[in-house]
Design a protein around this ligand. Sequence first.
Ligand SMILES: Cc1cc2nc3c(=O)[nH]c(=O)nc-3n(C[C@H](O)[C@H](O)[C@H](O)COP(=O)(O)OP(=O)(O)OC[C@H]3O[C@@H](n4cnc5c(N)ncnc54)[C@H](O)[C@@H]3O)c2cc1C
Length: 374
Amino acid sequence: MAKLLVVGAGFAGAVHARELANAGHQVDVIDKRDHIAGNCFDYVHDCGVRIHRYGPHLFHTSNDRVVGWLSQFTGWLPYEHQVVALLDDGRKVPLPVNLDTINAVFGTRLETADDAMSYLASVALPRSPVISAEDHLYSTIGKELTDLFFRPYTKKMWQLDLSEMDAAVVRRLQIRTDRDPRYFRSDTFQALPTDGYTRAFERILDHDRISVRLTTSFSQDDMAGYDACFNSMPIDEFYEFDLGELPYRSIRFHVSHHLAATAEGLATINYTDAGPYTRETWWHALPGHRVHETSNVLRTIEEPCCYRENSLERYYPIKDRDLMYQSLYERYAARAATDDQMFFIGRCGTYQYLDMHQVINQSLVHVSKWIARS
Ligand SMILES: Cc1cc2nc3c(=O)[nH]c(=O)nc-3n(C[C@H](O)[C@H](O)[C@H](O)COP(=O)(O)OP(=O)(O)OC[C@H]3O[C@@H](n4cnc5c(N)ncnc54)[C@H](O)[C@@H]3O)c2cc1C
């Protein structure tokens, strides 16, 4: 039996901790925050509505192994997420852009996918070569849809104009020519945990061989007495930024109370204007989130910012066009690879944006290899 340290009680840390404990190891989990569940942390607010502190977390995947693993710790409420975009004139249209969005924006009456494809071809402004995100979007959907749905969002989120971003970043964006309004339509499993994410984490970490210490930041001295450490802290911070800093975008969350009678029935509304905010979430509109009947509900509005302006809350690794930060990360990772006791895991340990199902899958793969070797 090894004595192991896990840094971070988000999905990366919790999956590692549980699998290591199941394999017979003794595991201590520390987290600098005062709660478990990392960025998936949710709780029931005094007004009776469940809220996700770090923005809406919608579970979606086509990975049966991940669903099977997580289902040991939670039941599920089926939920297929839909998003609308708010236009300047107050109308709300489906996002990703689909046939109904095109009809609403252009005042057309297109009926079929063929109609939509022909229409998009007629408004497209083909460019050659296609280098920037703007080149790609203008070439496929033209200026009006690009400037309405993609340019302001990109500016707010990344502080970049589409002309400064690589085409690869937007190539995977969906433009639909049918009427399907589902946000994650290609994923076979879409649901929310019945009692919330935090309750699922409590069950994951509830094991005789796991102990959890909160409000505890990692320090190098903590390694004494441990055989190995699985670490989800930012890798550059671990090395005291000596090769340079890996930057992130962050989000400020503005929460407000509203009378239930006047609240939106839609969970997520994206803004298309040039203001600082990207979207709003009405928590009561998600299944299982109105835990107690009350007259008030909650809304969260998101405002992207630099992580340095938001108490160093690191959310989205920055992908620059020259991949400068990716190569900086690789230099840190190469150094970490020479240490057979310290393993960097999760979003900030590996400097990549990962959805929940991806971080769970990566963690299951990583930890099972370690267990097989040990
Ligand atoms: C705004 C937002 C919305 C999202 N929405 C979705 C969604 O809808 N669907 C989806 O699948 N995914 C979503 N995600 C992604 C999801 O949050 C991640 O996949 C998941 O949280 C990654 O888990 P993690 O363990 O790698 O990181 P985290 O959840 O961030 O956990 C890392 C933990 O490590 C702790 N830690 C860091 N440094 C130290 C230190 N020095 N000492 C001790 N502890 C430390 C932190 O406090 C944190 O609790 C969203 C992310 C964001 C930011």
